[in-house]
Design a protein around this ligand. Structure first.
Ligand code: FES
Length: 181
């Protein structure tokens, strides 16, 4: 009876000292895990969040409104700095601006709504033509012919202090409705 009691006491697990030691080891490990999780989750979020952010959009000055011809689309090229995730790159863009008799300006994306080719202005026929599959668009963007499923995509634009500002956006090609990428 006495021997049993002595073995029991020296096993290291069931003595008050052994039990307390294990408890403190467990508690220290749990606290360290909680701290690591508390620090690690925000850090991982901080590192990977930019990769999932949509490309930042901003107004871009594409030129003076007075310089635009009336009733004749003008292709305006500009350079823009784009921040995508952690990467910042300078990209060249071009948009089509149409200034009407009343001075109002409409800006179109340069991408054909059929499958994404670039289109041109045909001065003789006075319409936009896509060289890829023959879509034809009127000066106001309406589809006149070919496989294009929707009119040209209008971009947000505004005039400030005589300057034309445009917000460049891209839309999915091949759909009857505008869906922003
Ligand atoms: S991409 Fe323009 S007509 Fe097909």
């Amino acid at each position: 009876m006495n021997m049993e009691s002595s073995d029991h006491q020296t096993s290291g697990f069931s003595t008050p000292i052994g039990t307390r030691r294990r408890f403190f080891q467990w508690a220290t490990g749990a606290a360290a895990s909680i701290i690591a999780l508390g620090l690690g989750v925000p850090l991982i979020g901080f590192l990977i969040a930019p990769a999932f952010q949509r490309r930042a959009q901003s107004w871009v000055d594409v030129g003076g409104v007075d310089d635009l011809p009336i009733g004749k689309p003008a292709q305006l090229d500009y350079k823009q700095t784009v921040k995508e995730g952690w990467r910042t790159t300078a990209v060249h863009k071009g948009v089509w601006a149409v200034k009407r008799q009343d001075g109002q300006v409409t800006v179109f994306s340069p991408i054909c709504t059929h499958l994404g080719c670039g289109f041109n202005w045909d001065g003789a026929d006075r319409n936009f033509k896509c060289p890829c599959h023959g879509s034809v668009f009127a000066m106001d963007g309406a589809v006149l012919g070919g496989p294009a499923p929707r009119p040209l995509d209008e971009l947000p634009s505004k005039v400030e202090n005589g300057r034309l500002l445009v917000m460049y956006k891209e839309f999915k090609a091949g759909l009857p409705k505008k869906v922003e990428l």
